[in-house]
Design a protein around this ligand. Structure first.
Ligand SMILES: C[S@@+](CC[C@H](N)C(=O)[O-])C[C@H]1O[C@@H](n2cnc3c(N)ncnc32)[C@H](O)[C@@H]1O
Length: 273
């Protein structure tokens, strides 16, 4: 393992008798691009996915700005062959592939997309705001129609994708393209870290004919304290091993960072009146 590389684990336990608990392993590279970190939002969104796992059964999902891809990794544990597309900018695609591999899923390159053995899971570049380019949303939607034989995206997931205000409109334009040109019932579920109360996306939602509702963290029983601790991994659970050499700490974040994370559900605007 490189000195700036860190692998962490996150456990999700089920209270159902006929269901197993799951563990996700995630790799981070410190002092690197921001797609290489586990951002607090991804802990919240992945808990949302786990809590609503029955709603995600047999659904088709696109993750945008995936980075270490935590919400997608939860989906891969729920179904052996999920219809799932993990996307980010080209330089972050190796991060997503590496995290999938750490959780037992290999992908191989086919015409510019990395696909799983069943061809239902794709890892590929998607650049927000791009149209008529190799990494544009129009090309992605077109490929979905061809390769998935009419199956449409039901959900878009994005954790901490409202990060740089310069990208907000590009992201919402991409989401709007999927909703208005592909599936009007598709929902974008996004974990949003509030960094400034002056930031608002309302005018962009209006411009792109979208609406938004806030989902409370209590509604999916998010327990902040599960993740609060020493970021260096000094917790009491260092006995689980992926192989003989590596001890895997539980993922922890600094106290307070999760408090400002909200979950939003963005969908097609319903005309009023
Ligand atoms: C703050 S990071 C969040 C990463 C990950 N979702 C998480 O929560 O750990 C923002 C992510 O958005 C991606 N991103 C930024 N601008 C983008 C763009 N124009 N098109 C596609 N992805 C972009 C970055 O590469 C990065 O992975």
């Amino acid at each position: 393992m490189k000195s700036n590389q860190r692998i962490g684990r996150i456990d999700y336990s089920s209270d159902q008798e006929n269901e197993s608990d799951i563990t996700i392993y995630v790799e981070e590279l410190m002092d690197s691009a921001y797609g290489y970190y586990i951002w607090p939002s991804s802990l919240v969104l992945s808990r949302y996915v786990w809590y609503h796992r029955n709603s995600f059964k047999n659904k088709s999902v696109l993750e945008v700005g995936a980075g270490t891809s935590l919400p997608s990794l939860v989906l891969t544990k729920l179904e052996p062959h999920p219809y799932l597309i993990v996307t980010d900018i080209p330089s972050i695609i190796p991060v997503a592939r590496s995290c999938l591999k750490l959780n037992g899923i290999s992908t191989t390159e086919k015409n510019g997309t990395f696909v799983s053995s069943t061809s239902n899971l794709w890892v590929r570049a998607l650049e927000w705001g791009d149209i008529e380019s190799i990494n544009g949303v129009d090309r992605l939607v077109n490929d979905i129609c061809i390769e998935w034989h009419g199956r449409k995206l039901d959900y878009i997931l994005g954790s901490d994708t409202f990060y740089d205000p310069a990208d907000f409109e590009k992201l919402l334009m991409t989401v709007a393209y999927v909703i208005h040109r592909h599936n009007s019932k598709c929902k974008f579920v996004s974990a949003y870290q509030e960094r400034s109360s002056k930031r608002s996306i309302q005018f962009l939602l209006d411009k792109w004919s979208l609406q938004c509702r806030l989902i409370s963290r209590d509604s999916f029983e998010f327990d902040e304290w599960q993740f609060v601790g020493d970021e260096n991994g000094d917790d009491d659970h260092r006995d689980d091993r992926i192989d003989d050499d590596v001890t895997i700490p539980h993922v922890k974040v600094n106290s307070g960072t999760l408090t400002s994370v909200f979950v939003l559900e963005i969908s097609a605007k319903v005309p009023t009146g």
